[in-house]
Every structure is written in C-alpha cells, then in structure tokens.
Design a protein around this ligand. Structure first.
Ligand SMILES: NC(=O)c1ccc[n+]([C@@H]2O[C@H](COP(=O)([O-])OP(=O)(O)OC[C@H]3O[C@@H](n4cnc5c(N)ncnc54)[C@H](OP(=O)(O)O)[C@@H]3O)[C@@H](O)[C@H]2O)c1
Length: 297
C-alpha cells in the first residue's frame, strides 16, 4: 500500500515505519516543520512537512495514497484535521492510535478531550481503525518503564504511592507497532476500535519486583498510604522547580488498568509478550544503548 505515516519521529511511529517498510509498503512521512527528521531522511521514504491539525496540508500529502496511519496524538484538533483531510483527498482508510486512558474513572480533563477526539473519528464515516494502547514501553525512549529501570539501578528504596496492588498491563512497543500494521493490512479491522495491551496484567508491586530482579538489584518497597502520597506530591509540586510527578499519575496508579485483547487476537492474530520478557528486552536494549553512547563520548 501507499501510506502516509504521521508520528514517524516518535517512539511508536519509528517502529511502525520500520515494519511498514519491512512489509513492502511505500511510505511518506508527515513530519512537523520544526521536527528533526534526519533519521527518516536516511530511509527510502518521502518526507512531507506539516501537522495533523492542518487539514489542507494533510489533504495534499494524502491525495493519491491508499491510507493514513497516525502514531501522533489523537486530540480534538488532530482528529478534525484527519477527518477533514481524508474527506478532501478522498482517502477513506485511516488507522489511528488513541489510548485506553479514556476508560479512567477519574474526572480528568484529558479524558473528555480524548473521548471527543475518538468520537470524531468513529462518527466520520471513514474506513477507520482505532487502536487504544495501554502504557507503552520497550526501549530507552519510553517515558515510563525506562525511568523505573534507571531509578532502580541506583536506589535501594522505592516509594510506592498506595497499596501497589492495582493492575496494569503495559504493551511492548514492538507489539503495538505490529498491531498497527496488522490492522492496516486486514480490512476486518475497518470500523473497529481495539484495546491493545501487553501479554499479562501485573500489579505495580510486581512491576517493581520483576524489574529489580531482572536488574539483579535488591530493592525495598516503601508503601505510602494514598492520602499521604497525594499530600506529598502536591507539596513537592509546589516546591520543586521542575516537578516530574502529578497527583493524577498517583491516582491513576491506584486504579486497575487491565484490558482484554481477545477481540484483536481473534480478528488480527495479535499476540503480545508477557511483562517479564518485555522488561528483559527493555533492560537489554537500555544497556546496549548506554554502552554505545559511552563509547561515542
Ligand atoms: N507513550 C504511552 O505510554 C502512550 C500510552 C497510550 C497512548 N499513547 C498514544 O500513542 C501514540 C504514540 O505514543 P508515543 O509515546 O510513541 O508518542 P511520541 O513518542 O510522543 O511521538 C509522537 C509523534 O507524533 C508526532 N506529532 C506530535 N504532534 C503532532 C501533530 N500535531 N501532527 C503531526 N505529528 C505530530 C511527533 O512528532 P514531533 O517529532 O514533531 O514531535 C512524534 O513523531 C500517541 O498518540 C500517544 O498519545 C501513548
């Protein structure tokens, strides 16, 4: 297929790009004007400058192609851009990445915006597939497990906000990228929204224990009651110059985030690595990346 890919400079999009090329698709990448596209320009792909919000630019880039794949953010503005451009260019096939965070029980502002964006896609009349990943992990580029790996590599005491018993089901970036390409290639996925989760649900305490074991580290979990955790995070946000934790993240850690992948398995043959194997791969990748970086400097 002849595909326009948005988000190819990102964590997931770069894997999607590799897989699309491996599978013999022709790819053009939509890259924002200020974005560094050096790595993409070395590949056999065209680069078009523009953003998902800009329907006219996107329509020009899309015209004559078979599909739009977006690994960029799904917001009301990007959803409107995508739908407008698809209509103007008469390209109906779109595969977009959303998020399972729309299922949170928290009254988060981001939930309303993301749900609205999803509805724009689902009500568009286009041949859409919507993939909703859970937390994505898998390399030094992720903003989730990589931070945990780095922290546990040098610290013995690990604060746990709340009981640590709530479930999460992170998805390895390679599995998500494969799900995107499977969806694009299989028309069974048209008009469907799939949750895309990892091979197993694990508690937050298990996440910490498994990661520490794989790192060969002895780590002591220090559990802080939820109320105290929230008070500490709020205080930290007031005093820290560049705070890295939000109260919402603490609350999200204290709700279950396990999702069934039955539908995508049945329709597309999706399968995903279990958490321990995924983390083993991530730690190996981080170590090689660190080694390569040290040898360059
Ligand atoms: N990371 C997670 O744990 C997680 C969990 C659930 C869902 N998601 C969703 O999954 C998708 C992929 O996540 P990720 O972590 O791989 O994201 P990422 O690394 O932040 O990459 C996002 C990509 O989208 C591009 N982009 C951003 N805004 C754009 C716009 N307006 N128009 C065109 N391109 C734009 C970025 O390009 P630039 O180079 O220009 O910045 C980048 O290439 C995102 O939609 C994210 O919301 C992520």
């Amino acid at each position: 297929m002849d595909v326009l890919l948005a988000g190819a400079t990102g964590f997931t999009g770069s894997r999607v790009l590799d897989l699309l090329l491996e599978n013999g698709h022709r790819v053009a990448c939509l890259v924002r004007p200020w974005s560094d596209a050096e790595a993409i320009e070395k590949l056999d792909v065209a680069v078009v400058r523009g953003s998902l919000e800009e329907a006219p630019v996107l329509a020009d880039a899309l015209r004559g192609r078979d599909a739009l794949v977006s690994a960029g953010p799904l917001t009301p503005a990007t959803a409107n851009g995508i739908v407008g451009a698809a209509g103007a260019s008469c390209v109906a096939r779109i595969v977009v990445i959303g998020t399972t965070s729309i299922f949170t029980n928290l009254n988060a502002a981001s939930k309303t915006r993301k749900t609205e964006a999803e509805s724009t896609i689902r009500d568009s009349g286009l041949d859409y597939t919507l993939l909703r990943p859970t937390m994505i992990y898998g390399t030094h580029e992720d903003r989730n497990m990589c931070r945990l790996v780095r922290y546990l590599s040098t610290h013995t005491f690990m604060p746990v906000f709340g009981s640590g018993k709530h479930l999460q089901q992170p998805v390895h970036v390679e599995d998500l990228a494969r799900a995107v390409v499977l969806a694009l290639e299989n028309p069974v996925s048209i008009g469907k929204a799939y949750d895309v989760a990892g091979g197993e649900a694990v508690t937050y305490s298990e996440v910490i224990d498994t990661t520490a074991r794989l790192l060969g580290r002895r780590v002591v979990r220090v559990h802080l009651p939820l109320g105290l955790s929230l008070a500490l995070v709020r205080l930290y946000r007031k005093v820290a110059p560049n705070p890295q934790i939000h109260a919402e993240q603490v609350l999200r850690l204290n709700e279950d985030k396990a999702f069934s992948t039955e539908e995508i398995e049945r329709d597309l043959g999706y399968d995903a690595v279990g958490f321990e194997e995924g983390m083993r791969r991530e730690i190996e990748e981080i170590r090689s990346w660190d080694l390569a970086r040290r040898s360059r400097t």
